[in-house]
Structure formats: structure tokens, C-alpha cells
Design a binder for this molecule. Structure first.
Ligand code: NAP
Length: 312
């Protein structure tokens, strides 16, 4: 007997047939709702909300194997009430996302988008000593909001650039501090001392909207803001206003509140580098994410503990 499972159709090309052994998958495209049925597992993308209604429609469900490290698209309380296990895909996407964060930091600091635009629109008039002057990283302060797997990986990459590292997290990270010289500070100091502020905390009731007009006003004039965590950490209109007014140096974003829609004012704002949520988008990482998500399903259906549960 093969287990009936729902797997996001978008993952089909990333999975090998042997990984699906014993499963009878329904490949569900992202734009189609979850119907009622006897599926025992679901492997959703982060864009699919799995809440009370969806869980009610799936009375036989045993596991939600989210294909992402963030799990703000899953109602954990509703899942727990129904004794449904929730898993995510940590670790395998840390390096890819940290690399992309540095892509954004460097693109903002060295005004890469403006440079590309100049060349593409045939407006470049040759080398000029004051053309597109940017910010050097040596001696600058990189502030990390959240210093878990990705935040620390971003911090470790800052050492060869000669940046000073400060971070805010709920708990101290002694190994990270020892290896990088990072200093733990409170939120207020993180805001006021960072030349580059990079967000690496999950979306939770405490972190939603943490970057808003008030906190933007406490950041250093000319600072760079980078977000590869979750879009709703930032109030997008407030960020657009800070960029329009020239207070903020630049913003590098990979994630947005209402993906794929980007607040019109933010999309039009100056000095932004806007990417379409590609933090973990490498061939290797995406295969590993799909593979871990399905391995969690296989483990739970065999009666074994999940590999990467959200709650241990
Ligand atoms: P993680 O290891 O769980 O790290 C999260 C960090 O945030 C931890 O340091 C945690 O503090 C801190 N934190 C949580 N709540 C906080 C609060 N209220 N105040 C201050 N710090 C707080 O997660 P991760 O693997 O690094 O991933 C981070 C986030 O990146 C994910 O949640 C996901 O949303 C996002 N992400 C995005 C992409 C993308 O494609 N752009 C890819 C991967 C991940 P403690 O350590 O003290 O608990």
C-alpha cells in the first residue's frame, strides 16, 4: 500500500523517483487550494498557508513537511492541537542565503544597480573620479538582527571584509563572539550603531513591523538596510519614505510582505536592490530542501521520529 500525500507540484523536478518510494503523491500547484481528503502528509511551499481550515479538511494528516526553514505559513497551534507534526528544512539553505545576503550588502554598498543602469541605458561617459562612489566595508559596523544559523553565517563572512560585527538575539552566542569578535548589543544600540543592518530573525508577533518609521528614524543617516528573512519585518511604505527622503543610504531586499506584490512606493524608491525571494535558490540547496522535506514524510510514515521537527 502506498501512502497518499500532497506534494507541491513545483518540487517535482527536484525529486528522484526513489525518494518517493511508498508514496502516492498528488502534485498540487501553488495556485490551487487544498481540498478535502485522506492525505496523510503535505509538503507545501512557504507561499501556502496551512491553517485550521486546511487541517480540518485533512483529518488523516500526520505531518506538514514545510519546504523552507521559516514556518510562519503554518499554524503551529492548530497543528499541535490535531497532533500533526511540523518539520522545516534548516541548515541546508544557510550558506546559499548568507551568500545572497552578501550579494545584497555589496550591491548596495557599491551601487551596482545604478552602475548597471548607467551602462544599459548608454549614459556612461567614461571613468570619472567621482562616479558612483560607494561605501567601503573595512571598519564599518555590520549589525545582525537575529544570529542563528543564517545570521551567524553572514557574520562569519564579514571577518575578511574587516567589518566590526554587532548582533541582537534572544540568547548570547559565545562561539560566534569568540570566532568573529562579534559583540551582543540591545536593539537600540543595534539600530543606532549599524552602518549595515541585516535582518535574520523569523517572522513572529514580536518581530513583525520591527522596522518602521520610528526605528528607521533611529538608524544612522546613510545606513544600508538588508532583509533576507521575511518581508513583514519591515513596514514597506515607511522604508520607501526613508529612501525618498535620503535618510537611508540604500535597501537590499529579497523578501516582501505581500509576495509577489511589492508596495508600489517601495518599488519606485531610489537606491534599492530588489530581488524576487531567491535567498536559497541554488541547484544544490533547492534539491536538498525538497529531499529533506520528503525524508521527513518518509520517516514519520514509517513510525520514526522526524529528522528536522520544528519543535523538538
Ligand atoms: P534560526 O537559526 O532560527 O535563527 C533565528 C534567529 O533569530 C535566532 O538568533 C533567534 O534568537 C533570533 N530571534 C528570534 N526572535 C527574535 C526576537 N524577537 N528578537 C531578536 N532575535 C530574535 O533561523 P535561520 O535558519 O537563521 O533563518 C532565519 C530566517 O531567515 C528564517 O526564519 C526565514 O524566515 C528566513 N529565510 C529566508 C530565506 C530566503 O529565501 N530569503 C532563506 C532562508 C531563511 P535566538 O538564537 O536567541 O533564539
Amino acid at each position: 500500500m502506498r501512502f497518499p500525500v500532497i506534494i507541491a507540484a513545483e518540487l517535482r523536478g527536484l525529486l528522484e523517483p526513489d525518494q518517493l518510494e511508498g508514496l502516492d503523491p498528488t502534485w498540487l500547484p501553488g495556485d490551487q487550494p487544498v481540498g478535502k481528503g485522506d492525505w496523510v502528509a503535505i509538503v507545501p511551499l512557504l507561499s501556502r498557508w496551512v491553517g485550521g481550515t486546511e487541517l480540518k479538511h485533512l483529518p488523516s494528516l500526520r505531518i506538514v513537511a514545510n519546504c523552507a526553514v521559516g514556518y510562519d505559513n503554518v499554524d503551529l497551534v492548530a497543528a499541535e492541537m490535531r497532533k500533526v507534526i511540523v518539520t522545516n528544512t534548516p541548515d541546508v539553505l544557510t550558506d546559499a542565503t548568507a551568500d545572497l545576503t552578501w550579494t545584497l550588502i555589496l550591491a548596495c554598498a557599491r551601487r551596482i544597480v545604478e552602475g548597471i543602469d548607467l551602462v544599459r541605458t548608454d549614459q556612461w561617459r567614461g571613468w570619472h573620479p567621482e562616479l558612483l562612489l560607494g561605501v567601503e566595508l573595512r571598519g564599518r559596523t555590520l549589525g545582525l538582527f537575529g544570529a542563528g544559523r543564517i545570521g551567524q553565517a553572514v557574520g562569519r563572512r564579514a571577518v575578511p571584509f574587516g567589518a566590526r560585527i554587532i548582533y541582537a538575539a534572544r540568547t548570547a552566542k559565545p562561539d560566534f563572539e569568540r570566532d568573529t569578535g562579534a559583540v551582543r548589543v540591545d536593539w537600540s544600540r543595534l539600530l543606532s550603531e549599524s552602518d549595515i543592518l541585516s535582518l535574520h530573525a523569523p517572522s513572529t508577533p514580536e518581530t513583525k513591523g520591527i522596522i518602521n518609521s520610528e526605528t528607521l528614524g533611529r538608524m544612522k543617516a546613510g545606513a544600508i538596510l538588508v532583509n533576507t528573512a521575511r518581508g513583514d519585518l519591515i513596514r514597506e511604505e515607511a522604508l520607501a519614505i526613508a529612501l525618498e527622503g535620503g535618510r537611508l543610504g540604500a535597501a537590499g531586499l529579497d523578501v516582501y510582505t505581500e509576495e509577489p506584490t511589492i508596495h508600489a512606493r517601495l518599488r519606485a524608491a531610489p537606491r534599492t536592490v530588489l530581488l524576487p525571494h531567491i535567498g536559497s535558490a541554488t541547484h544544490d540547496t533547492r534539491r536538498r530542501m525538497a529531499s529533506i522535506a520528503v525524508a521527513n514524510v518518509q520517516a514519520v510514515l514509517r513510525g520514526q521520529p522526524p529528522l528536522t521537527p520544528v519543535y523538538r
